[in-house]
Design a protein around this ligand. Structure first.
Ligand SMILES: [Zn+2]
Length: 194
């Protein structure tokens, strides 16, 4: 398995910046999806750009990754493509700590919008796998489902129309599972006793 590389700050040319095209290893993508219902379905790709401003690094780019997920509507696995574009401003952890210290411990000073959007890198190292993982998971839908109609819906449209009465549905179900027959007689006979 090859994960996206860790770059050192010093390896980024100060003037020209750095462009990188990466193939996203499906085995690595599998580790990104660990603990989720998503599975990698082949290699993905990412086109990244790193630009330096002082000690800050702007990491921008886009990615696309084929995956599969279980549709929340019909419970079938289906293929989907996770893709996105992003721009992150990474500043060295020392600088962020310095600014925090300047405000004093427990300071209630509100963070500016810029500060909220700023991420940090530590020890002069930019771990591309870390930032790509974060961006991929941001693009993963919380409730994945087929676009448009599901190919094999759990509830057929005509079943909805005839399913208005509980007893009708039990008659159908009892043909499938004889254990439901006693329940059917309860539903159909009970009203007459009142
Ligand atoms: Zn579906």
């Amino acid at each position: 398995m090859s994960a996206p590389p860790v770059l050192t700050f010093d390896s980024i040319p100060t003037e020209e910046g750095l462009s990188l095209d990466l193939v996203l290893d499906p085995a690595w993508a599998g580790t990104v999806f660990a603990g989720t219902d998503f599975e990698a379905a082949g290699p993905g790709e990412a086109a990244l750009r790193l630009d330096v401003d002082g000690r800050d690094v702007t990491l921008s780019g886009n990615f696309a990754l084929p995956a599969t997920a279980e549709c929340v509507a019909c419970l079938e696995r289906f293929p989907l493509r996770l893709a996105g574009e992003f721009t992150l401003v990474l500043e060295p952890a020392e600088k962020a700590r310095g600014r925090q210290a300047a405000k004093g411990p427990g300071s209630e000073v509100e963070l500016t919008r810029d500060e909220l959007d700023t991420d940090v890198y530590s020890d002069g190292k930019i771990d591309l796998a870390h930032w790509l993982r974060e961006q991929i998971l941001l693009e993963a839908p919380v409730h994945p489902r087929h676009e448009g109609e599901c190919p094999r819906p759990l509830v057929a449209p005509d079943a909805k129309a005839s399913g208005g009465h509980l007893s009708d549905r039990l008659v159908e179900a009892s043909k499938v599972d004889p254990r439901l027959a006693p329940l059917l007689s309860f539903v159909t006979k009970n009203p007459k006793k009142e």
